[in-house]
Design a protein around this ligand. Structure first.
Ligand code: AMP
Length: 397
């Protein structure tokens, strides 16, 4: 993915439109509860301002609905929070495009920041309306994409705009995501091990199929592993079963054999008599899940087996927890893998966004991973081998 990046640009005196992901959790009064996403974008924001650019920031916030009172989705508290984190002067406009926005842009000095209103307040945003894209593009000279969480969607502020503006480049965040995932997909340092978990097989079929062409070992844990066990003829009690995924699971195991990819499934499980942290639980061997019990985590023998393979890897891609990590009693497998990766900095560890990212953060180990993706859906689509519209649209080097 040889795309223009922020460091390739001449920014002095230029008006720069940057798509960021400021879709942050808020308190009841609108104040920012968790500013991680804003913090993550600061590197690109400060870079543009320090290089003398005039910066226009675009983001969506929540899911505003047409015809309803969307006051709580306004960008004002986000802009106010940003102002406390940067040296630049920050102003905010109440529109996405139009005369008020144009006047605010005209008033910008080098190093200033203007935050536009929630892009999803405009009906053209999610429709990737060319008219809106054109109007946005007309506000500036250069486009920077720094919202990896949205690059899998072709919206006006993520894709459409690039067709009407001179240069489009990746910000630091997006460039980093492209570098890590690009390497896995094209030239990984082997052995390459993928760990997949989470709830449903059907959600991850395309990822598994693509990964089978890339990886040396595929480890499957979490809720979806039970569909594989069932497909092998083992009793799984009340464990998660993706009935529609049974044939797929059989097929995947056959393809893995054909391609010579090692496929590892749990050999023991932590089972509980209810889906609750207060439930009774015990460890049982493969095939030992009795009626009325459900598998909520990998067992210690499985963790040891998985660990042996993981420590020999040079690259590990991890998407989906291997147990119900939100409940302390069923977090041991997921925590064990996270701790192992944290203890082996020589392994390039790439954590997909979404639940796996949430898990490593919950354990306080996110800083110890080589890369924790900022996009759940986008990282999954990257691993599926899909072309993401917001990345494809950036200017080639
Ligand atoms: P996904 O969104 O498909 O990646 O699924 C993530 C969710 O799967 C997390 O909320 C986990 O708690 C859940 N999960 C992981 N293992 C299991 C399991 N054995 N049974 C039920 N849910 C699970």
């Amino acid at each position: 993915m040889n795309k223009l990046s922020i460091e390739d640009l001449k920014l002095q005196g230029k008006t720069v439109l940057m798509r960021v992901d400021f879709n942050v959790p808020q308190n009841a009064d609108g104040s920012v509860r968790d500013d991680r996403r804003i913090q993550e974008a600061l590197k690109s924001i400060n870079y543009v301002c320090e290089k003398g650019g005039k910066l226009i920031l675009m983001s969506h916030l929540g899911r505003p609905k047409a015809g309803e009172d969307n006051t709580k989705y306004k960008m004002d508290p986000i802009a106010a929070h940003l102002a406390t984190l940067v040296k630049s002067k920050v102003t905010k406009v109440d529109e996405v495009v139009g005369p008020a926005v144009e006047a605010a842009v005209a008033a910008l000095q080098s190093g200033d920041i203007l935050v536009l209103e929630n892009t999803r307040f405009h009906p053209g945003e999610t429709k990737n309306d060319p008219e809106l894209s054109k109007q946005l593009a007309a506000l500036g000279d250069i486009y920077i994409s720094d919202a990896f969480g949205t690059v899998h969607r072709a919206h006006a502020s993520t894709e459409g705009i690039t067709h009407f503006i001179g240069q489009s480049a990746a910000g630091f965040l997006v460039a980093r995501e492209m570098a890590y995932f690009g390497r896995v997909l094209s030239d990984p340092d082997r052995p390459l091990v993928a760990i997949l978990g989470g709830a449903k097989v059907s959600d991850k079929i395309t990822v598994i199929e693509n990964l089978l062409n890339l990886v040396d070992t595929l480890i499957i844990g979490g809720g979806m592993a039970y569909t594989f066990m069932k497909a092998q003829g083992h009793e799984i009690g009340n464990s998660l079963l993706d009935a529609a995924g049974l044939d797929t699971a059989k097929n995947i195991m056959a393809i893995a054999r054909e391609k010579g990819v090692e496929l590892l499934l749990p050999t023991d499980n932590v089972v509980a008599d209810a889906f609750s942290n207060d439930a009774q639980w015990k460890v049982v061997p493969l095939g030992g899940i009795e009626p009325g019990w459900e598998g909520l985590d990998i067992g210690p023998e499985t963790l040891a087996r998985f660990s042996e393979v993981i420590t020999k890897a040079h690259t590990v891609v991890w998407n989906g927890p291997v147990g119900v990590f939100e409940m302390e009693n069923f977090a041991k497998g997921t925590r064990g893998i996270a701790e192992l990766l944290a203890a082996h900095p020589e392994i390039t560890s790439i954590i997909g966004g979404g639940d796996s990212a949430a898990a490593v953060k919950q354990f306080g180990l996110d800083e110890k991973m080589s890369h924790v993706s900022t996009g759940g859906g986008a990282s999954l689509e990257m691993l599926e081998g899909k072309i993401l519209p917001g990345l494809a649209a950036l200017t080639d080097k």
